[in-house]
Design a binder for this molecule. Structure first.
Ligand code: SF4
Length: 234
């Protein structure tokens, strides 16, 4: 017999597969026609942590998976540094098609436009509703703005806990691609800030796990109490 958590995981995976089919059929934006693949979220559909980046780049577009390539490798290392395997986390982006600009016949990545983010929000919202993370880590300024509004400033507002969607705790930190673009002392300084943010995420996850364990214990005690009472009354 499948456990409750196994059933939940199966149900969420099925819901995510339906969502993927909708995204693959979506052509709301012009980039829906230029993409190679739609790129939906991957990972554990029951993870307490959802990582949300900006949008797929060239490698992601080719492989139909978020956060592959150098930035993806760095994200995997960042998660590993706080004891999380990549496949235990749900990883997605604010938009599901690669945002490009074309120059001299070549395609370059660009930040998603506000309209693209608005068009695609439904899909991110559906991922949030299905996975129901307790903690959201948004990576980079566009992802931060998508949750906290266009006035969001990553230099002033990263590393702070905000009330995120559906009661989740939300934090924004620098995108791994931004870290990789830094050199020398700048890179060290940015890495230090990101490390502090990651530790805060680890602490938040631990706090949530402790609260859940205490609630489960209390429920267990309550259930045992009811059972004893029932026996007494027979
Ligand atoms: S970015 Fe999102 S809304 Fe726009 S075409 Fe791609 S999947 Fe559709």
């Amino acid at each position: 017999m499948m456990s409750d958590s196994g059933e939940l995981r199966t149900k969420r995976a099925a819901d995510l597969a339906l969502l993927r089919a909708d995204v693959e059929a979506c052509r709301r934006c012009a980039i829906g026609y230029t993409r190679t693949n739609a790129v939906c979220g991957v990972g554990d559909p029951c993870s307490p942590l959802m990582v949300v980046g900006e949008g797929p780049g060239e490698r992601e577009d080719l492989q139909a998976e978020p956060f592959v390539g150098r930035a993806g490798e760095l994200l995997t290392k960042m998660l590993g540094a706080i004891g999380l395997a990549r496949h235990d986390v749900f990883i997605t982006n604010t938009i599901k098609s690669r945002a490009i600009q074309e120059e001299n016949g070549k395609r370059y990545n660009r930040a998603p436009s506000p309209l693209e983010m608005e068009n695609c929000r439904e899909y991110l919202n559906r991922e949030l509703a299905i996975v129901a993370p307790q903690v959201i880590l948004a990576l980079g300024s566009p992802a931060g703005k998508s949750f906290l509004g266009r006035a969001f400033s990553i230099t002033r507002q990263r590393g702070i806990w905000y009330a995120g969607p559906n009661g989740a705790a939300l934090m924004v930190t620098f995108h791994p691609a931004y870290i990789l673009r830094q050199t020398g002392g700048n890179m060290t300084a940015v890495k230090r800030l990101v490390w502090a943010d990651l530790l805060a995420v680890r602490q938040k996850l631990d706090e949530i796990a402790r609260t859940r364990a205490a609630e489960a214990d209390a429920l267990g005690v309550q259930a045992a109490g009811y059972e004893a009472l029932e026996l007494d009354l027979r």
